[in-house]
Design a protein around this ligand. Structure first.
Ligand SMILES: C[S@@+](CC[C@H](N)C(=O)[O-])C[C@H]1O[C@@H](n2cnc3c(N)ncnc32)[C@H](O)[C@@H]1O
Length: 408
């Protein structure tokens, strides 16, 4: 078992509303996301599942992970955020005794490319058992051919037999310095390595020191799914060259490919795909694209008299330094926003929040920037508090982090 700390984030394309819409756009009849039963496998600290659970109170969620440490953290955050509709269990994909046919949606993000082949096969078996007859599964993975170089660098770095991420960084930095971006291969190494060097240590560890990390061909994954009678519906992440830029190739593929399996593999070669986030179904219904719009409706934004956020948002601000948004995005918080989010339990008026900001500045617990670049004095904070708080609350409202009157 590989158990390094993983900084999980909410993953927008795993939202059950998005999975429902994509499946419906292919003529399927998935369960209503508002009341669905949802399983996440390899859920880590449960950040993704909790961001959904807090906003879908009539749906139920179960997260499993092999690592007891992350499950303990997930459970304690769920309790702190007062979430009664989410549970977390320690469980191994290969042995987890899932209640059969009871889940409308099953999600495994960032798992298939990080586990051994038998565990990957077991993942599809688990989805098959867990999903209801119209159930929808989401599985993401690093794809061939775009992720092949990353896999090769990882194979080399694992050969160092080190746990030291600084050694990984040193090798990557040398590769970066020596790569000749004016050659085809050098440009590939350069762009791949510079993206990796910008990532935190936890990412580098997972990406390059995890014993199983690998890129998979879509046909390989498709065959594993079909062995469990799970059919491919669609992909919900675009990576590589936009297919629209390759009109001639797409036209020829659609003419000569005998089936979707062959067409998808050729398309991945053409667009140089790096990553897939694929939706599968247990349903036996015929599938045809209906042309239905898969985008959710945009919500409105208003600041109420006693602004309020979800208890989960306050836990996220305190423990994670970011707050999830309703579309499963996330916002990294400026200290002012973080302070406000923690205070937004719906008991304080906007005037009281302004007074709180002034008090924190006077106590030296909060620093507000001024035009001169110097931190605001207590007197300047007093003068500017109303504008600063109004602007921060508007930001939070626009990001969907402030609850609206209808969200009670
Ligand atoms: C790369 S992390 C991805 C975490 C999270 N889903 C995300 O995308 O941020 C992979 C997760 O899968 C879990 N995992 C690995 N092998 C597993 C297994 N056999 N059964 C259940 N979980 C496993 C790890 O503990 C880890 O939390």
């Amino acid at each position: 078992m590989f158990t390094r700390t993983y900084d999980d984030r909410p993953i927008p394309q795993t939202h059950v509303r998005a999975l429902q819409r994509v499946s419906q756009s292919w003529g399927l009849s998935p369960a209503d996301h508002e009341t669905a039963s949802v399983l996440e496998v390899g859920c880590a600290h449960g950040v993704n599942l909790m961001a959904m659970a807090a906003r879908l109170p009539r749906a139920t969620f179960l997260g499993i992970d092999i690592d007891p440490n992350v499950i303990e953290i997930a459970r304690s955050r769920a309790a702190e955020a007062e979430l009664a509709n989410v549970r977390f269990e320690v469980g191994d994909v290969q042995t987890f005794d899932v209640p059969s046919g009871t889940f409308d949606y099953a999600i495994a993000h960032g798992v298939l490319s990080w586990v051994s082949e038998p565990v990957g096969v077991a993942l599809f078996g688990l989805f098959r058992r867990a999903l209801s007859s119209e159930g929808i599964g989401y599985i993401s993975y690093d794809a061939m051919p775009g992720a092949a170089l990353r896999e090769t660098i990882g194979l080399g770095l694992r050969g160092l037999e080190t746990d030291d991420v600084e050694q990984v960084r040193a090798v990557l930095a040398a590769l970066h310095a020596d790569a000749k971006p004016n050659t085809l291969q050098g440009a590939w190494v350069h762009s791949e390595v510079s993206a990796a060097l910008g990532q935190p240590a936890s990412f580098l560890e997972q990406q390059f020191l995890s014993p199983h990390q690998r890129a998979l061909a879509v046909t390989e994954v498709w065959d594993q799914a079909l062995a469990q009678r799970l059919r491919f519906v669609d992909d919900v992440a675009e990576t590589g060259v936009p297919a629209a830029a390759l009109a001639r190739t797409v036209e020829v593929i659609s003419r000569v490919a005998p089936n979707r399996r062959a067409a998808e593999q050729l398309l991945d070669a053409a667009i140089y795909r790096q990553f897939r986030a694929s939706v599968f179904t247990r349903s036996a219904r015929p599938m045809a694209h209906t042309g239905m719009d898969t985008q959710p409706d945009p919500g409105g934004a208003q600041v109420s008299a006693r602004p309020r956020v979800l208890p989960l948002s306050r836990v996220e601000a305190r423990s994670l330094g970011f707050v999830s948004t309703p579309d499963l995005g996330h916002r990294t918080l400026h200290p002012l926003h973080a302070m406000l989010v923690e205070a937004l339990d719906g008991t304080q008026s906007v005037a009281e929040l302004e007074a709180l900001v002034v008090e924190r500045v006077a106590q030296g617990h909060l620093s507000l920037p001024t035009e001169s670049g110097e931190p605001a004095t207590a007197q300047e904070a007093q003068l500017g508090a109303s504008a600063v708080v109004a602007s921060a609350l508007n930001d939070l409202a626009e990001a969907g982090i402030l609850l609206q009157a209808a969200d009670s």
